[in-house]
Design a binder for this molecule. Structure first.
Ligand code: 3PY
Length: 252
């Protein structure tokens, strides 16, 4: 399947997407048909299991939107499950050092680049209908590893994280980062904003793409202007909640 996220980022174009917190494939299709570039299927803050992730990845392929899976944690088994069902990109939470980023890349790539568990008959390999050598090469080339920078430890170690071979982008998690700064939820705080600008500037200087979660489109436009390439705006539940809140208000 075409990877819009990879193609556009490689061409230096910004990309837009949203998170999926429900397990509803129809909402993935809607995001795709509406024109978003990627959907982050979340398994960190949702109960979605890998069978449901597989249904959601299928829906994304059908609708031409790139399926990114946010894994539960930086664990090789979590990464393997997401990739074997067909995730085209991984979002790895809580990466705080270059060593942790290297471990994520190792888990995501087949040898010799990495140590991803090998099975040439999984869904990602079209159940064995793709010749093994071809599948391995394509998987290693196309699988994107995006690491979350969401703590002061990560900000401190950012320059080292940015040099890790195989890291396609860093992704700022504002909620966790603000908590780590002792400024939970204070997204307008000047120290918080300076820190986010600093992460963006250093990633750009290192030639690494940078993403950020935003609650609203206006915030996404602001961070895009500041240099962010990958804007993840809201979640399916937030978008639906806003629509229903407006409906109730409009009904009076
Ligand atoms: C955060 O804001 O901490 C996130 O991880 C959102 O993606």
């Amino acid at each position: 399947p075409v990877n819009r996220l990879k193609t556009k980022l490689a061409a230096g174009q910004p990309v837009a997407g949203s998170f999926l917190f429900t397990g509803e494939p129809a909402l993935v299709e809607i995001m795709g048909y509406a024109g978003l570039d990627f959907v982050v299927i979340d398994t960190e803050h949702t109960p979605n299991d890998s069978l449901q992730v597989q249904h959601l990845v299928r829906a994304a392929e059908l609708a031409g939107i790139t399926p990114v899976v946010r894994v539960l944690a930086n664990c090789s088994a979590c990464i393997l499950r997401a990739l074997d069902v067909g995730a085209q990109a991984l979002l790895i939470p809580q990466i705080n050092s270059a060593a942790e980023a290297e471990a994520a890349v190792r888990a995501a790539k087949y040898g010799p680049q990495g140590e991803r568990g090998m099975a040439g008959i999984v869904r990602a390999a079209r159940y064995g209908f793709v010749p093994l050598g071809e599948y391995i090469q394509a998987a290693n080339e196309n699988t994107m590893v995006i690491v979350q920078v969401e703590s002061m430890a990560a900000v401190h170690n950012l320059d080292a994280i940015l040099t890790v071979d195989g890291v396609d982008a860093v992704f700022i998690g504002p909620a966790d980062l603000s908590q780590s700064m002792g400024l939970t939820g204070q997204f307008e705080n000047s120290e918080f904003r300076r820190t986010v600008h600093d992460v963006i500037d250093r990633a750009k200087a290192a030639g690494v793409r940078v993403g950020i979660f935003c609650a609203k489109a206006a915030e996404a436009r602001y961070w895009r202007e500041a240099g962010a390439d990958m804007l993840a705006v809201g979640t399916d539940t937030m978008l639906f909640a806003a629509a229903v809140r407006d409906l109730v208000k409009d009904l009076g």
